[in-house]
Design a binder for this molecule. Structure first.
Ligand code: DC
Length: 234
């Protein structure tokens, strides 16, 4: 199969807009590789918490930068669920990176230039042959500015709060809705105002507001967009 048949799909948007769900389902349908770039920022955050770089709500940026060379991240497919799971220095940390403690720090960690450079290099390597669906905040703007298809996903804030709340409850984590809302709004603020690669909607991105869409409607729309794009490239 030629490079053009296997395109790069870049999916960006705010937290809890359903980007990863869409990216995973789209990759499955297309037989592409799915890469959840947020998981990688979460992996570095977990390392920082475990290795004395976080004191209360304070992040010791210098200490984390010094240790970046010791952090090795990789994705391995879970044969049961067929979902890729993040490994940090060989340990499966898929569950540990989804806790509120990691969520509370991750946007701060993602503002560090050295962290971004390390992860962007690895992400480019993973997508260099095409055939990937990658979701995050800077995929269409920085990681793959030449991606053949860019999607920008949005949804109303209360819809996002409800989705994240249910997701956390599903995992047995007790949280208040107000706490979830505050965390999402704070992450939106940091992600879109930071100096290094802020979340932006690129001009060539197709915007999908999924507030009133089902998961399958959204998937169908994305699949149509991919098919159209592949036809125009043929
Ligand atoms: O998608 P997520 O909620 O798992 O992302 C976690 C954090 O990582 C989010 O607050 C912003 C950051 N992030 C980023 O800066 N760039 C990316 N490509 C992906 C995530």
């Amino acid at each position: 199969m030629s490079r053009r048949d296997k395109i790069v799909v870049a999916i960006d948007g705010f937290s809890s807009c359903g980007k990863s769900t869409l990216a995973r389902e789209l990759a499955k349908q297309l037989h592409y590789v799915f890469i959840d770039s947020g998981a990688m920022y979460r992996g570095i955050t977990l390392y920082a918490i475990r290795n004395g770089c976080v004191h209360g709500s304070e992040l010791d940026r210098g200490k984390l930068i010094q240790q970046l060379g010791d952090i090795h991240l990789s994705f391995k497919l879970n044969p049961e669920t067929q979902k890729p799971e993040l490994h940090l220095n060989g340990e499966n940390v898929e569950k540990e990176i989804r806790t509120p403690e990691v969520a509370a720090q991750v946007s701060q960690v993602a503002t560090i230039k050295e962290v971004r450079t390390k992860l962007v290099d690895q992400q480019r390597e993973m997508g260099k042959n095409g055939g990937v669906v990658m979701d995050g905040r800077d995929i269409g703007s920085v990681v793959f500015p030449n991606a053949e298809l860019k999607l920008f996903i949005t949804a109303e804030i209360e819809t996002r709060v409800q989705r994240r709340y249910l997701e956390l409850q599903d995992k047995g984590l007790e949280v208040e809705k107000d706490e979830v809302r505050a965390n999402l709004l704070e992450r939106d603020r940091i992600d879109s105002t930071r100096k290094e690669s802020p979340l932006i909607q690129t001009e060539d991105a197709v915007v999908i507001d999924n507030t009133n869409m089902t998961r399958s409607e959204q998937l169908e729309l994305a699949l149509e967009l991919v098919e159209k794009k592949i036809v125009t490239l043929a």
